[in-house]
Design a protein around this ligand. Sequence first.
Ligand code: ADP
Ligand code: MG
Length: 349
Amino acid sequence: MASIRIAGLTKRFGEVSVLKGLDLMIEDGEFVSFLGPSGCGKSTLLFCISGLEDIDEGSIRFDGREISDLGPRERNIALVFQDYALYPHMTVRENIAFPLRQQKLDEATIGRQVAWAADVLGIEPLLDRLPAALSGGQRQRAAVGRAIVRNPSALLMDEPLSNLDASLRVHMRTEIRRLQKELGMTVIFVTHDQEEAMVLSDRIAVMKDGVVQQFAAPMEIYSHPANRFVAGFIGSPQMNFLPGALCGARGDHVVGVRPHDLKPGVGGDSELSLNGTLVLIEPAGPFQFLDVMIGEQVVRATCTDTAGLTLGEGITLCADRRAVRYFTPDSGLRVDQQPMELESRSHVL
Ligand SMILES: Nc1ncnc2c1ncn2[C@@H]1O[C@H](COP(=O)(O)OP(=O)(O)O)[C@@H](O)[C@H]1O
Ligand SMILES: [Mg+2]
């Protein structure tokens, strides 16, 4: 497996820059996700790394070696896509053996490698089946087997779980993580699903419009988002964003607070204290979501006990100092502290 260093990578389609001077250093054996909305350039970046797309500027190094002039075969990268693209007329065994046959390895080596991949993935009983006789998850496992069988420098996966149903998706992501740890693989995993990226990754590169917004560990991104875009993209339900004036903050900074950090309370010495009207209570298992009208805006909060709360009546929501984030109004960059003291800690609208 290899480390991957991307420096100043720019990719254009015609006049349009789709990747705008990206810098990323992915360590050997690291699990990195590229996360962002559809069209932000995740797949294009993956294709540039794998050699399926040429780059216009910058460099890509595997273990320090420049590879941007090499073709896909010479890069020894394995790719897994959303549609698994197994050969329908070949058994699982033959599908997994295929890349080794292309390398013209001898039968004994091929047999050994296929047995190893099947063992790692727990699919030995399926080796003589055709893809049509497999479930979605089994097909996906066979595709991963074919990808890892020739011991690639890195495993690149483009939304590999999107076609699976919800429970299988959760199961497969656990398997992919186990496999990655077991084999010490360098994995790049493309997804638009923030939860998937959070649970799988050592680090996440959050992308928007061909630019990496933040590249850090999941909880670092969750707790200290670099800007308003990242803060809004990570975490579900989404962070609430309020005009500073609405929260009694001086200046025009935007105030951000996650629903899980905003709870009914009595104000007191909370950093943030908002008075509004309770418009919705939504059960969500161990806790409930509350929708509260603050002025013209609906703000989402959580609580564990709805006793004493009545729809249509007034409610005060509070957040601890550590949970409140501030963003500049123009660029949306996060600033560490509220730049000026709150005007009033129990601001009443
Ligand atoms: N072959 C292509 N020719 C022209 N534009 C493309 C091509 N491939 C992708 N794009 C454009 O590049 C942008 C990024 O696409 P893509 O990397 O597929 O995004 P993502 O995988 O994040 O959804 C999109 O605006 C898309 O329309
Ligand atoms: Mg894509």
